[in-house]
Design a protein around this ligand. Sequence first.
Ligand SMILES: NC(=O)c1ccc[n+]([C@@H]2O[C@H](COP(=O)([O-])OP(=O)(O)OC[C@H]3O[C@@H](n4cnc5c(N)ncnc54)[C@H](OP(=O)(O)O)[C@@H]3O)[C@@H](O)[C@H]2O)c1
Ligand SMILES: *[C@@H]1O[C@H](CO)[C@@H](O)[C@H](O)[C@H]1NC(C)=O
Length: 339
Amino acid sequence: MAYTKWFNCVICLIATIVTLGDTTIAPTIKLNNGLDIPVIGLGTWKSRGGDVVQAVKDAIDAGYRHIDTAWIYQNEKEVGEGIKAKIDEGVVKREDLFIVTKLYNTFHKPEDVEPAINQSLSALGLDYLDLYLMHTPMDFQKIVNTNLPVDKTGQAIPAGVDFVDTWNAMEKVYRKGLTKSIGVSNFNKRQIEKILEKGSVVPVTNQVECHPYLNQKKLAEFCKSKGITLTAYSPLGSADRPWAKPDDPKLLDDPNLKKIADKYKKSAAQIVLRYLVQSGYIAIPKSVNKGRIQENINIFDFELTPEDMKYVDSFDRNGRIFKFDWGSKHQYYPFNDEY
Ligand SMILES: NC(=O)c1ccc[n+]([C@@H]2O[C@H](COP(=O)([O-])OP(=O)(O)OC[C@H]3O[C@@H](n4cnc5c(N)ncnc54)[C@H](OP(=O)(O)O)[C@@H]3O)[C@@H](O)[C@H]2O)c1
Ligand SMILES: *[C@@H]1O[C@H](CO)[C@@H](O)[C@H](O)[C@H]1NC(C)=O
């Protein structure tokens, strides 16, 4: 009896040490509303079913405290299951976590915003979000059986809603406490200026595609001057995006990146994530693989030299992966401006 107890205790201790060994809590940066956001978060686009439940659990065990999802990813329920499991196990408390989801393009009408956030909250099993983002400035008409309503030319059909009106409705759910902060995604400089001019809450972040092939220096500098952080989506080059072609350049296979990785004895993914975080960005790499989930947050035990930072800066090549071709004629298409 005493022996069993002692033995269990040792097993427990070993398990704890092993767990601690694989745990990295990411540093945070302060948002303009005083909230702290962990600079590495788990991306969940394309992560489905049991895979994403497990990924969220593995991520929390690995030390992730920031999870990024969206209504359109159709996995809020599973993300919520993973969160609930780790709260129930006592690994984390709700207030330790930073949970982000996004208002989809079909819910831009002001009267649709509160029902939309409530739907996301109920799928996630939460009573508040840490951050609610407008997924894009482009509004869509609601059409049954499709989330991408297009006309004969393949162009998205707008509902005619000004994104400032959508933003004002987001401000209301923010004031009601349904989310602790609000922000935007896929916005260009002019669109952010319009929000700053006509809105009353400054977005805490602009979540945009950002990686060494599209380093977003100018947009980030503009955002910073307004107290807005930049969150880097598809930080690893989104190799699993559905429209990837075999001949498309693969960021993580870049031989110059591999050279730096060898120098620091880190992986190409770790160099990229370290580069983004050291640039002052927040990054949200997606993985459903436990080893890679751990790898992607294990970037706080080394630093890139200023020379290597400059070298990675030089990889920039206007390498935008997300062009939203279906929106190129939309009045709020964000990517016709330089940034
Ligand atoms: N706001 C927006 O419009 C928007 C758009 C796109 C993305 N996002 C957000 O940003 C997140 C990240 O972007 P993303 O999913 O497009 O792509 P990503 O994170 O750049 O790359 C994901 C791909 O990289 C692989 N991977 C992950 N870690 C790796 C590692 N250490 N070494 C090698 N391969 C690795 C993943 O495979 P495994 O899963 O098998 O590891 C997956 O194939 C999304 O999941 C989503 O949350 C937002
Ligand atoms: C959204 O949820 C909040 C909190 O539960 C509730 O007070 C509010 O009435 C709900 N709004 C709508 C439109 O369902």
